[in-house]
Design a protein around this ligand. Structure first.
Ligand SMILES: [Zn+2]
Ligand SMILES: [Zn+2]
Length: 566
Protein backbone atom coordinates (compact mmCIF):
# COMPACT_ATOMS: atom_id res chain seq x y z
CA UNK A 1 0.00 0.00 0.00
CA UNK A 2 1.10 3.55 -0.47
CA UNK A 3 2.13 5.57 2.50
CA UNK A 4 0.98 9.14 2.09
CA UNK A 5 3.44 10.21 4.78
CA UNK A 6 6.36 9.35 2.53
CA UNK A 7 5.92 12.51 0.46
CA UNK A 8 8.37 14.67 2.52
CA UNK A 9 11.30 12.40 1.53
CA UNK A 10 11.29 14.30 -1.76
CA UNK A 11 14.63 16.21 -1.66
CA UNK A 12 13.22 19.25 -3.49
CA UNK A 13 12.06 22.05 -1.22
CA UNK A 14 8.31 22.26 -0.95
CA UNK A 15 7.26 25.61 -2.35
CA UNK A 16 3.52 25.08 -2.70
CA UNK A 17 1.41 27.92 -1.39
CA UNK A 18 -0.31 26.72 1.81
CA UNK A 19 -3.91 25.92 1.00
CA UNK A 20 -3.23 25.39 -2.72
CA UNK A 21 -4.59 22.32 -4.47
CA UNK A 22 -1.10 20.80 -4.62
CA UNK A 23 -0.60 21.38 -0.90
CA UNK A 24 -3.99 19.87 -0.11
CA UNK A 25 -3.25 16.79 -2.20
CA UNK A 26 0.06 16.38 -0.39
CA UNK A 27 -1.63 16.27 3.02
CA UNK A 28 -2.65 12.69 3.77
CA UNK A 29 -6.37 12.10 4.01
CA UNK A 30 -7.48 11.66 7.59
CA UNK A 31 -9.04 8.36 6.74
CA UNK A 32 -5.87 7.01 5.11
CA UNK A 33 -3.84 7.99 8.15
CA UNK A 34 -6.29 6.33 10.51
CA UNK A 35 -6.32 3.18 8.38
CA UNK A 36 -2.51 3.08 8.21
CA UNK A 37 -2.31 3.32 12.01
CA UNK A 38 -4.98 0.62 12.28
CA UNK A 39 -2.97 -1.72 10.05
CA UNK A 40 0.21 -1.06 12.09
CA UNK A 41 -1.73 -2.05 15.18
CA UNK A 42 -3.44 -5.08 13.68
CA UNK A 43 -6.83 -3.39 14.00
CA UNK A 44 -9.65 -3.86 11.49
CA UNK A 45 -9.98 -1.03 8.96
CA UNK A 46 -13.63 -1.71 8.14
CA UNK A 47 -15.22 -2.37 11.53
CA UNK A 48 -18.96 -2.91 11.80
CA UNK A 49 -20.73 -0.79 14.37
CA UNK A 50 -22.71 -3.14 16.63
CA UNK A 51 -24.91 -1.99 19.49
CA UNK A 52 -24.43 -4.12 22.60
CA UNK A 53 -27.29 -3.91 25.05
CA UNK A 54 -27.07 -5.36 28.53
CA UNK A 55 -30.35 -7.10 29.24
CA UNK A 56 -29.79 -6.58 32.98
CA UNK A 57 -29.00 -2.88 33.14
CA UNK A 58 -30.33 -1.68 29.79
CA UNK A 59 -26.96 -0.01 29.20
CA UNK A 60 -26.00 0.24 25.52
CA UNK A 61 -22.59 0.63 23.94
CA UNK A 62 -21.42 0.88 20.34
CA UNK A 63 -18.70 -1.72 19.82
CA UNK A 64 -16.52 -1.94 16.68
CA UNK A 65 -16.68 -5.55 15.50
CA UNK A 66 -13.89 -6.62 13.10
CA UNK A 67 -15.12 -7.11 9.53
CA UNK A 68 -13.54 -10.56 9.28
CA UNK A 69 -12.38 -10.14 5.67
CA UNK A 70 -9.97 -12.79 4.39
CA UNK A 71 -8.46 -10.68 1.62
CA UNK A 72 -5.78 -8.10 2.40
CA UNK A 73 -7.21 -5.84 -0.30
CA UNK A 74 -10.35 -5.54 1.84
CA UNK A 75 -8.78 -5.41 5.30
CA UNK A 76 -5.08 -6.26 5.85
CA UNK A 77 -5.54 -6.74 9.61
CA UNK A 78 -8.45 -9.15 9.47
CA UNK A 79 -6.91 -11.02 6.53
CA UNK A 80 -3.64 -11.58 8.39
CA UNK A 81 -5.55 -12.66 11.50
CA UNK A 82 -7.55 -15.14 9.41
CA UNK A 83 -4.36 -16.48 7.81
CA UNK A 84 -2.68 -17.05 11.19
CA UNK A 85 -5.75 -18.90 12.39
CA UNK A 86 -5.52 -21.17 9.36
CA UNK A 87 -1.83 -21.78 10.09
CA UNK A 88 -2.75 -22.83 13.63
CA UNK A 89 -5.50 -25.07 12.30
CA UNK A 90 -3.21 -26.68 9.73
CA UNK A 91 -0.50 -27.32 12.32
CA UNK A 92 -2.96 -28.78 14.81
CA UNK A 93 -4.13 -31.58 12.54
CA UNK A 94 -1.19 -32.57 10.37
CA UNK A 95 0.68 -34.97 12.63
CA UNK A 96 -1.92 -35.98 15.20
CA UNK A 97 -0.98 -39.20 17.00
CA UNK A 98 -4.44 -39.91 18.35
CA UNK A 99 -7.85 -39.80 16.78
CA UNK A 100 -9.27 -36.30 17.18
CA UNK A 101 -12.37 -36.05 19.34
CA UNK A 102 -15.67 -36.41 17.54
CA UNK A 103 -17.15 -33.18 16.21
CA UNK A 104 -17.94 -30.83 19.04
CA UNK A 105 -21.45 -29.48 19.42
CA UNK A 106 -21.67 -26.12 17.71
CA UNK A 107 -21.24 -23.27 20.21
CA UNK A 108 -24.88 -22.33 19.99
CA UNK A 109 -24.57 -18.76 21.34
CA UNK A 110 -22.12 -17.88 18.60
CA UNK A 111 -24.36 -19.44 16.00
CA UNK A 112 -27.36 -17.55 17.32
CA UNK A 113 -25.53 -14.23 17.34
CA UNK A 114 -24.39 -14.84 13.78
CA UNK A 115 -27.89 -15.77 12.66
CA UNK A 116 -29.16 -12.46 14.08
CA UNK A 117 -26.38 -10.59 12.30
CA UNK A 118 -27.25 -12.47 9.13
CA UNK A 119 -30.88 -11.34 9.40
CA UNK A 120 -29.79 -7.74 10.03
CA UNK A 121 -27.58 -7.83 6.96
CA UNK A 122 -30.44 -9.15 4.88
CA UNK A 123 -32.64 -6.23 5.98
CA UNK A 124 -29.82 -3.75 5.38
CA UNK A 125 -29.36 -5.25 1.91
CA UNK A 126 -33.03 -4.72 1.08
CA UNK A 127 -32.79 -1.12 2.25
CA UNK A 128 -29.75 -0.21 0.15
CA UNK A 129 -31.18 -2.14 -2.80
CA UNK A 130 -34.32 0.01 -2.65
CA UNK A 131 -32.08 3.07 -2.46
CA UNK A 132 -30.25 1.78 -5.55
CA UNK A 133 -26.79 1.85 -3.96
CA UNK A 134 -24.99 -0.87 -5.92
CA UNK A 135 -21.63 -0.48 -4.16
CA UNK A 136 -23.26 -0.97 -0.77
CA UNK A 137 -25.17 -4.04 -1.97
CA UNK A 138 -21.90 -5.60 -3.07
CA UNK A 139 -20.23 -4.78 0.25
CA UNK A 140 -23.14 -6.29 2.17
CA UNK A 141 -23.11 -9.38 -0.07
CA UNK A 142 -19.47 -9.92 0.85
CA UNK A 143 -20.32 -9.67 4.53
CA UNK A 144 -23.19 -12.12 4.05
CA UNK A 145 -20.76 -14.56 2.42
CA UNK A 146 -18.41 -14.21 5.38
CA UNK A 147 -21.17 -14.78 7.92
CA UNK A 148 -22.30 -17.85 5.95
CA UNK A 149 -18.75 -19.18 5.90
CA UNK A 150 -18.50 -18.58 9.63
CA UNK A 151 -21.78 -20.41 10.20
CA UNK A 152 -20.46 -23.35 8.18
CA UNK A 153 -17.33 -23.36 10.32
CA UNK A 154 -19.53 -23.55 13.38
CA UNK A 155 -21.00 -26.74 12.00
CA UNK A 156 -24.30 -25.17 10.97
CA UNK A 157 -25.36 -27.09 7.90
CA UNK A 158 -27.14 -25.82 4.85
CA UNK A 159 -27.39 -22.34 3.41
CA UNK A 160 -29.79 -19.75 4.67
CA UNK A 161 -30.47 -18.25 1.26
CA UNK A 162 -31.41 -20.93 -1.26
CA UNK A 163 -29.38 -19.57 -4.19
CA UNK A 164 -28.62 -22.66 -6.19
CA UNK A 165 -29.83 -25.77 -4.50
CA UNK A 166 -28.74 -28.43 -6.93
CA UNK A 167 -31.12 -31.37 -6.90
CA UNK A 168 -30.78 -33.57 -9.97
CA UNK A 169 -34.20 -34.29 -11.45
CA UNK A 170 -33.24 -37.58 -12.89
CA UNK A 171 -30.64 -40.03 -11.75
CA UNK A 172 -27.90 -40.49 -14.29
CA UNK A 173 -26.28 -43.80 -14.93
CA UNK A 174 -23.48 -44.40 -12.46
CA UNK A 175 -21.64 -46.61 -14.93
CA UNK A 176 -17.95 -45.65 -14.99
CA UNK A 177 -16.65 -43.90 -18.05
CA UNK A 178 -14.78 -46.23 -20.39
CA UNK A 179 -11.89 -43.78 -20.67
CA UNK A 180 -11.20 -43.72 -16.90
CA UNK A 181 -9.20 -46.48 -15.18
CA UNK A 182 -10.93 -48.65 -12.59
CA UNK A 183 -10.26 -48.11 -8.92
CA UNK A 184 -9.86 -50.63 -6.12
CA UNK A 185 -12.68 -50.36 -3.61
CA UNK A 186 -11.85 -51.14 -0.01
CA UNK A 187 -14.14 -50.84 2.97
CA UNK A 188 -13.26 -47.53 4.66
CA UNK A 189 -11.89 -47.86 8.20
CA UNK A 190 -12.98 -45.24 10.71
CA UNK A 191 -9.29 -44.54 11.37
CA UNK A 192 -8.13 -40.99 10.49
CA UNK A 193 -4.49 -41.08 11.62
CA UNK A 194 -1.70 -42.57 9.56
CA UNK A 195 0.51 -45.56 10.30
CA UNK A 196 3.42 -45.41 12.70
CA UNK A 197 6.75 -46.81 11.58
CA UNK A 198 9.41 -47.94 14.03
CA UNK A 199 13.04 -47.54 13.06
CA UNK A 200 15.62 -50.24 14.04
CA UNK A 201 16.81 -48.00 16.90
CA UNK A 202 13.31 -47.95 18.34
CA UNK A 203 12.26 -44.40 17.44
CA UNK A 204 8.72 -44.24 16.17
CA UNK A 205 7.83 -41.86 13.39
CA UNK A 206 4.59 -41.02 11.70
CA UNK A 207 5.12 -39.53 8.27
CA UNK A 208 2.55 -37.36 6.52
CA UNK A 209 2.27 -35.99 3.01
CA UNK A 210 2.16 -32.82 0.97
CA UNK A 211 0.19 -33.19 -2.25
CA UNK A 212 -0.27 -30.95 -5.29
CA UNK A 213 -3.01 -31.54 -7.86
CA UNK A 214 -3.35 -29.53 -11.07
CA UNK A 215 -5.86 -29.00 -13.85
CA UNK A 216 -5.30 -30.37 -17.32
CA UNK A 217 -3.40 -28.54 -20.07
CA UNK A 218 -5.28 -26.11 -22.33
CA UNK A 219 -2.37 -25.51 -24.67
CA UNK A 220 1.41 -24.99 -24.36
CA UNK A 221 2.48 -22.02 -22.24
CA UNK A 222 5.58 -19.83 -21.87
CA UNK A 223 7.39 -19.57 -18.52
CA UNK A 224 5.34 -16.42 -17.75
CA UNK A 225 2.17 -18.53 -17.95
CA UNK A 226 0.89 -17.08 -21.22
CA UNK A 227 -0.04 -19.37 -24.13
CA UNK A 228 2.42 -20.03 -26.95
CA UNK A 229 -0.53 -19.89 -29.34
CA UNK A 230 -3.36 -17.80 -27.86
CA UNK A 231 -5.57 -18.70 -30.85
CA UNK A 232 -5.67 -22.40 -30.02
CA UNK A 233 -5.45 -22.15 -26.21
CA UNK A 234 -8.72 -23.62 -24.90
CA UNK A 235 -10.04 -20.78 -22.72
CA UNK A 236 -13.52 -22.24 -22.70
CA UNK A 237 -12.37 -25.52 -21.18
CA UNK A 238 -10.12 -23.62 -18.76
CA UNK A 239 -13.15 -21.61 -17.63
CA UNK A 240 -15.38 -24.68 -17.25
CA UNK A 241 -12.72 -26.66 -15.40
CA UNK A 242 -12.29 -23.79 -12.92
CA UNK A 243 -16.05 -23.49 -12.36
CA UNK A 244 -16.47 -27.22 -11.69
CA UNK A 245 -13.14 -27.86 -9.94
CA UNK A 246 -14.69 -28.03 -6.41
CA UNK A 247 -16.85 -31.00 -7.46
CA UNK A 248 -13.82 -32.77 -8.87
CA UNK A 249 -11.97 -32.28 -5.58
CA UNK A 250 -14.89 -33.79 -3.60
CA UNK A 251 -14.79 -36.83 -5.86
CA UNK A 252 -11.04 -37.14 -5.42
CA UNK A 253 -11.21 -37.33 -1.60
CA UNK A 254 -14.09 -39.84 -1.79
CA UNK A 255 -12.20 -42.04 -4.23
CA UNK A 256 -8.98 -41.72 -2.24
CA UNK A 257 -10.67 -42.92 0.95
CA UNK A 258 -12.18 -45.90 -0.80
CA UNK A 259 -8.88 -46.84 -2.41
CA UNK A 260 -6.72 -46.30 0.68
CA UNK A 261 -9.20 -48.00 2.98
CA UNK A 262 -9.15 -45.39 5.76
CA UNK A 263 -10.70 -42.02 6.45
CA UNK A 264 -7.93 -39.82 4.96
CA UNK A 265 -7.94 -36.27 6.38
CA UNK A 266 -6.65 -33.14 4.66
CA UNK A 267 -6.07 -29.41 4.96
CA UNK A 268 -6.02 -27.98 1.46
CA UNK A 269 -5.66 -24.55 -0.10
CA UNK A 270 -6.51 -23.51 -3.61
CA UNK A 271 -4.18 -21.33 -5.66
CA UNK A 272 -3.74 -20.36 -9.28
CA UNK A 273 -0.74 -21.49 -11.28
CA UNK A 274 1.08 -18.93 -13.42
CA UNK A 275 -1.12 -19.95 -16.37
CA UNK A 276 -4.09 -19.00 -14.10
CA UNK A 277 -5.54 -22.50 -13.82
CA UNK A 278 -6.42 -23.49 -10.25
CA UNK A 279 -4.30 -26.04 -8.46
CA UNK A 280 -4.56 -27.56 -5.04
CA UNK A 281 -1.97 -27.90 -2.30
CA UNK A 282 -2.96 -30.31 0.43
CA UNK A 283 -1.47 -31.44 3.71
CA UNK A 284 -2.55 -35.06 4.23
CA UNK A 285 -2.34 -36.74 7.62
CA UNK A 286 -0.59 -40.09 7.24
CA UNK A 287 0.79 -41.51 4.03
CA UNK A 288 -0.82 -43.00 0.96
CA UNK A 289 1.44 -44.79 -1.55
CA UNK A 290 2.30 -42.51 -4.49
CA UNK A 291 1.09 -45.12 -6.94
CA UNK A 292 -2.35 -45.05 -5.27
CA UNK A 293 -2.48 -41.25 -5.40
CA UNK A 294 -1.60 -41.29 -9.09
CA UNK A 295 -4.17 -43.96 -9.87
CA UNK A 296 -6.90 -42.15 -7.97
CA UNK A 297 -6.10 -38.81 -9.63
CA UNK A 298 -6.16 -40.43 -13.08
CA UNK A 299 -9.43 -42.24 -12.38
CA UNK A 300 -11.28 -39.28 -10.87
CA UNK A 301 -13.61 -37.22 -13.04
CA UNK A 302 -16.76 -35.17 -12.67
CA UNK A 303 -19.47 -35.12 -15.32
CA UNK A 304 -21.61 -32.02 -15.74
CA UNK A 305 -25.12 -33.02 -16.82
CA UNK A 306 -26.25 -29.64 -18.06
CA UNK A 307 -27.73 -28.75 -21.44
CA UNK A 308 -24.93 -28.40 -23.98
CA UNK A 309 -23.97 -24.87 -24.95
CA UNK A 310 -22.51 -24.49 -28.41
CA UNK A 311 -22.93 -21.27 -30.35
CA UNK A 312 -24.94 -18.49 -28.72
CA UNK A 313 -28.60 -18.29 -29.79
CA UNK A 314 -29.06 -14.73 -28.57
CA UNK A 315 -26.27 -12.21 -28.70
CA UNK A 316 -25.64 -8.49 -28.65
CA UNK A 317 -28.87 -6.48 -28.75
CA UNK A 318 -31.14 -9.38 -29.66
CA UNK A 319 -32.03 -10.90 -26.29
CA UNK A 320 -34.97 -12.89 -24.90
CA UNK A 321 -37.74 -10.72 -23.49
CA UNK A 322 -39.29 -11.12 -20.05
CA UNK A 323 -43.03 -11.72 -19.91
CA UNK A 324 -44.82 -10.83 -16.69
CA UNK A 325 -47.91 -12.87 -17.58
CA UNK A 326 -46.06 -16.21 -17.85
CA UNK A 327 -43.21 -15.31 -15.49
CA UNK A 328 -40.63 -16.34 -18.06
CA UNK A 329 -38.66 -15.30 -21.13
CA UNK A 330 -39.72 -15.53 -24.76
CA UNK A 331 -38.12 -15.05 -28.16
CA UNK A 332 -38.04 -11.33 -29.18
CA UNK A 333 -39.22 -12.10 -32.74
CA UNK A 334 -41.60 -15.06 -32.57
CA UNK A 335 -42.83 -14.53 -29.00
CA UNK A 336 -42.42 -18.27 -28.28
CA UNK A 337 -41.53 -19.15 -24.71
CA UNK A 338 -37.99 -20.41 -24.22
CA UNK A 339 -37.67 -23.98 -22.90
CA UNK A 340 -37.57 -24.08 -19.12
CA UNK A 341 -34.49 -25.33 -17.25
CA UNK A 342 -36.25 -28.56 -16.28
CA UNK A 343 -37.38 -29.23 -19.85
CA UNK A 344 -33.85 -28.61 -21.15
CA UNK A 345 -32.38 -31.02 -18.61
CA UNK A 346 -35.06 -33.64 -19.33
CA UNK A 347 -34.19 -33.43 -23.01
CA UNK A 348 -30.71 -34.85 -22.31
CA UNK A 349 -30.96 -38.43 -23.58
CA UNK A 350 -29.61 -41.66 -22.10
CA UNK A 351 -26.96 -41.89 -24.81
CA UNK A 352 -25.93 -38.23 -24.73
CA UNK A 353 -22.52 -37.22 -23.50
CA UNK A 354 -22.28 -34.87 -20.49
CA UNK A 355 -21.90 -31.16 -21.31
CA UNK A 356 -18.49 -31.20 -19.69
CA UNK A 357 -16.10 -33.62 -18.00
CA UNK A 358 -13.55 -32.25 -15.51
CA UNK A 359 -10.34 -34.17 -14.81
CA UNK A 360 -6.97 -33.54 -13.23
CA UNK A 361 -3.88 -32.86 -15.27
CA UNK A 362 -1.04 -35.39 -15.37
CA UNK A 363 1.21 -33.33 -13.06
CA UNK A 364 0.89 -34.65 -9.54
CA UNK A 365 3.41 -34.06 -6.77
CA UNK A 366 3.47 -35.92 -3.50
CA UNK A 367 6.19 -35.54 -0.87
CA UNK A 368 6.60 -37.23 2.49
CA UNK A 369 6.87 -34.93 5.52
CA UNK A 370 7.81 -36.00 9.02
CA UNK A 371 6.45 -34.32 12.13
CA UNK A 372 8.37 -31.32 13.46
CA UNK A 373 10.90 -31.33 10.68
CA UNK A 374 11.95 -27.92 9.38
CA UNK A 375 10.04 -28.95 6.32
CA UNK A 376 6.68 -28.87 8.11
CA UNK A 377 6.90 -25.14 8.82
CA UNK A 378 8.03 -24.41 5.30
CA UNK A 379 5.19 -26.46 3.85
CA UNK A 380 2.57 -24.75 6.05
CA UNK A 381 3.98 -21.39 4.98
CA UNK A 382 3.63 -22.54 1.38
CA UNK A 383 0.05 -23.71 1.94
CA UNK A 384 -1.08 -20.43 3.49
CA UNK A 385 1.13 -18.04 1.50
CA UNK A 386 -1.52 -16.64 -0.84
CA UNK A 387 -4.58 -16.88 1.39
CA UNK A 388 -4.85 -13.12 1.90
CA UNK A 389 -4.73 -12.40 -1.84
CA UNK A 390 -7.51 -12.75 -4.38
CA UNK A 391 -6.77 -15.41 -6.99
CA UNK A 392 -6.02 -12.92 -9.75
CA UNK A 393 -3.50 -11.10 -7.52
CA UNK A 394 -1.35 -14.10 -6.56
CA UNK A 395 0.94 -13.66 -9.56
CA UNK A 396 2.06 -10.27 -10.80
CA UNK A 397 0.64 -9.33 -14.20
CA UNK A 398 3.29 -7.05 -15.64
CA UNK A 399 3.37 -7.45 -19.39
CA UNK A 400 0.80 -6.78 -22.11
CA UNK A 401 0.98 -10.46 -23.00
CA UNK A 402 0.00 -11.42 -19.44
CA UNK A 403 -2.76 -8.81 -19.31
CA UNK A 404 -4.20 -10.11 -22.58
CA UNK A 405 -4.15 -13.66 -21.15
CA UNK A 406 -6.13 -12.56 -18.06
CA UNK A 407 -8.56 -10.64 -20.30
CA UNK A 408 -9.22 -13.63 -22.55
CA UNK A 409 -9.89 -15.91 -19.58
CA UNK A 410 -12.15 -13.28 -17.99
CA UNK A 411 -14.07 -12.97 -21.28
CA UNK A 412 -14.60 -16.74 -21.42
CA UNK A 413 -15.75 -16.80 -17.79
CA UNK A 414 -18.16 -13.96 -18.31
CA UNK A 415 -20.46 -15.95 -20.61
CA UNK A 416 -19.97 -19.45 -19.20
CA UNK A 417 -23.00 -20.65 -17.17
CA UNK A 418 -21.94 -20.96 -13.52
CA UNK A 419 -25.02 -22.71 -12.10
CA UNK A 420 -28.56 -23.73 -13.12
CA UNK A 421 -29.80 -20.27 -12.07
CA UNK A 422 -27.17 -18.41 -14.12
CA UNK A 423 -28.41 -15.62 -16.41
CA UNK A 424 -26.03 -16.86 -19.11
CA UNK A 425 -28.43 -19.69 -20.01
CA UNK A 426 -30.54 -17.07 -21.82
CA UNK A 427 -27.68 -16.64 -24.28
CA UNK A 428 -28.15 -20.29 -25.26
CA UNK A 429 -31.94 -20.05 -25.52
CA UNK A 430 -32.75 -21.71 -22.18
CA UNK A 431 -34.53 -20.20 -19.20
CA UNK A 432 -32.39 -20.44 -16.08
CA UNK A 433 -33.89 -22.22 -13.10
CA UNK A 434 -36.13 -19.82 -11.08
CA UNK A 435 -36.16 -17.15 -13.81
CA UNK A 436 -36.84 -13.56 -12.80
CA UNK A 437 -37.02 -10.26 -14.63
CA UNK A 438 -33.96 -8.24 -15.63
CA UNK A 439 -31.62 -11.14 -16.17
CA UNK A 440 -28.98 -10.42 -18.79
CA UNK A 441 -26.34 -12.76 -20.18
CA UNK A 442 -22.86 -11.64 -19.16
CA UNK A 443 -24.19 -9.95 -16.05
CA UNK A 444 -24.69 -12.88 -13.68
CA UNK A 445 -23.60 -11.92 -10.17
CA UNK A 446 -22.26 -15.42 -9.39
CA UNK A 447 -18.79 -15.38 -7.83
CA UNK A 448 -17.30 -17.55 -10.57
CA UNK A 449 -17.67 -14.74 -13.13
CA UNK A 450 -15.71 -12.22 -11.09
CA UNK A 451 -12.26 -11.48 -12.37
CA UNK A 452 -10.69 -11.88 -8.92
CA UNK A 453 -11.87 -15.49 -8.60
CA UNK A 454 -10.54 -16.70 -12.00
CA UNK A 455 -13.65 -18.86 -12.22
CA UNK A 456 -13.23 -20.52 -8.87
CA UNK A 457 -16.21 -19.39 -6.80
CA UNK A 458 -15.73 -21.95 -4.01
CA UNK A 459 -13.91 -21.68 -0.72
CA UNK A 460 -10.16 -21.20 -0.81
CA UNK A 461 -9.38 -23.38 2.19
CA UNK A 462 -10.86 -26.87 2.29
CA UNK A 463 -10.49 -28.78 5.54
CA UNK A 464 -11.86 -32.26 6.13
CA UNK A 465 -14.24 -32.78 9.05
CA UNK A 466 -11.85 -34.69 11.29
CA UNK A 467 -8.68 -32.73 10.66
CA UNK A 468 -8.06 -31.25 14.10
CA UNK A 469 -11.29 -32.23 15.85
CA UNK A 470 -11.98 -28.51 16.34
CA UNK A 471 -13.90 -25.89 14.45
CA UNK A 472 -12.22 -22.69 13.34
CA UNK A 473 -14.09 -20.93 16.14
CA UNK A 474 -12.63 -23.37 18.67
CA UNK A 475 -9.15 -22.54 17.39
CA UNK A 476 -9.96 -18.84 17.72
CA UNK A 477 -11.16 -19.30 21.30
CA UNK A 478 -8.02 -21.28 22.12
CA UNK A 479 -5.97 -18.22 21.29
CA UNK A 480 -8.13 -15.81 23.31
CA UNK A 481 -8.00 -18.22 26.25
CA UNK A 482 -4.22 -18.30 26.02
CA UNK A 483 -4.00 -14.53 26.53
CA UNK A 484 -6.60 -14.61 29.28
CA UNK A 485 -4.64 -17.25 31.20
CA UNK A 486 -1.46 -15.21 30.93
CA UNK A 487 -3.21 -12.16 32.30
CA UNK A 488 -4.87 -14.07 35.11
CA UNK A 489 -1.65 -15.80 36.12
CA UNK A 490 -0.12 -12.37 36.69
CA UNK A 491 -3.09 -10.97 38.54
CA UNK A 492 -4.10 -8.54 35.84
CA UNK A 493 -7.81 -7.96 35.83
CA UNK A 494 -8.42 -7.28 32.20
CA UNK A 495 -10.97 -4.91 30.86
CA UNK A 496 -9.92 -5.33 27.25
CA UNK A 497 -11.03 -7.99 24.84
CA UNK A 498 -9.37 -10.62 27.04
CA UNK A 499 -11.49 -9.68 30.02
CA UNK A 500 -13.73 -12.50 31.15
CA UNK A 501 -16.86 -11.72 29.21
CA UNK A 502 -20.06 -10.85 30.96
CA UNK A 503 -22.67 -13.56 30.72
CA UNK A 504 -23.17 -13.67 26.94
CA UNK A 505 -26.79 -14.72 27.31
CA UNK A 506 -27.50 -11.37 29.04
CA UNK A 507 -26.22 -9.32 26.10
CA UNK A 508 -28.10 -8.47 22.93
CA UNK A 509 -26.25 -7.44 19.76
CA UNK A 510 -27.71 -5.50 16.86
CA UNK A 511 -26.03 -4.15 13.77
CA UNK A 512 -26.33 -0.40 13.25
CA UNK A 513 -27.72 0.20 9.76
CA UNK A 514 -26.01 2.56 7.37
CA UNK A 515 -27.63 5.93 8.02
CA UNK A 516 -28.52 5.16 11.65
CA UNK A 517 -28.04 8.51 13.44
CA UNK A 518 -26.27 6.66 16.28
CA UNK A 519 -23.71 5.12 13.92
CA UNK A 520 -20.32 6.77 14.48
CA UNK A 521 -18.06 7.64 11.56
CA UNK A 522 -15.84 4.78 10.49
CA UNK A 523 -12.69 6.73 11.50
CA UNK A 524 -14.06 7.11 15.03
CA UNK A 525 -14.83 3.41 15.28
CA UNK A 526 -11.30 2.55 14.14
CA UNK A 527 -9.75 4.97 16.63
CA UNK A 528 -11.87 3.42 19.36
CA UNK A 529 -10.59 -0.03 18.43
CA UNK A 530 -6.97 1.20 18.33
CA UNK A 531 -7.34 2.72 21.81
CA UNK A 532 -8.75 -0.57 23.07
CA UNK A 533 -5.83 -2.44 21.54
CA UNK A 534 -3.34 -0.07 23.20
CA UNK A 535 -4.96 -0.44 26.61
CA UNK A 536 -4.89 -4.17 26.26
CA UNK A 537 -1.33 -4.22 25.02
CA UNK A 538 -0.30 -2.16 28.06
CA UNK A 539 -1.86 -4.81 30.28
CA UNK A 540 -0.05 -7.55 28.49
CA UNK A 541 3.16 -5.52 28.64
CA UNK A 542 2.78 -5.64 32.42
CA UNK A 543 2.00 -9.29 32.30
CA UNK A 544 4.96 -10.36 30.20
CA UNK A 545 7.50 -8.11 31.88
CA UNK A 546 9.25 -4.97 30.69
CA UNK A 547 10.55 -4.85 27.16
CA UNK A 548 8.41 -7.58 25.73
CA UNK A 549 5.11 -5.76 25.62
CA UNK A 550 5.80 -3.93 22.40
CA UNK A 551 6.85 -7.04 20.62
CA UNK A 552 3.93 -9.06 21.89
CA UNK A 553 1.44 -6.61 20.48
CA UNK A 554 3.09 -6.27 17.10
CA UNK A 555 2.87 -8.56 14.17
CA UNK A 556 5.60 -10.87 15.48
CA UNK A 557 4.70 -14.44 14.70
CA UNK A 558 6.36 -15.72 17.86
CA UNK A 559 4.59 -13.52 20.39
CA UNK A 560 1.22 -14.30 21.86
CA UNK A 561 -1.35 -14.22 19.09
CA UNK A 562 -2.81 -10.88 20.06
CA UNK A 563 -4.06 -10.11 16.63
CA UNK A 564 -6.21 -13.20 16.67
CA UNK A 565 -7.97 -12.44 19.88
CA UNK A 566 -9.90 -9.26 19.29
ZN1 LIG B 1 -11.38 -6.02 9.10
ZN1 LIG C 1 -23.56 -17.20 -13.45
Amino acid sequence: MTHPTEAPTNPLPVTDRPGSRAARLRAPLARQVVEAVAVDNGVCVRPLPMRRTSLDTGETQIIPVPCGATLASKCPSCAERARRLRIAQCKAGWHLDDEPLPDPDPPSDDAKALAVLRADLETARDEVLTAGDVAQVREIDELIDQVDAELTDLGVRGQITPTDRDRPRRTRSTKRRQDAPDLPRLPVDRRTVGRTFTAPDGTAWRPSMFLTLTCDSYGRVHSDGTPVDPGSYDYRRAARDAIHFPKLLDRFWQNLRRSAGWDVQYFAALEPQRRLAPHLHAAIRGTVPRVTLRLVAAATYHQVWWPTTGLPVYDGQRLPVWDDATGGYHDPDTGDALPSWDAAVDAIGEDDEPAHVVRFGPQLRADGVTANSANTGRMIGYLTKYLTKSLDACHAVDTDRQRAHVDRLAAALRYEPCSPTCANWLRYGIQPRHPRRELAPGRCTGKAHRRETLGFGGRRVLVSRHWSGKTLTDHRHDRVDFIRQQLEALGATGTGPAAPASDPTRLAWTLLRPGDPAAPRREHLILHAIAQRHAWRAQLGLATGPGTGEKAGGSSATGPPLADAA
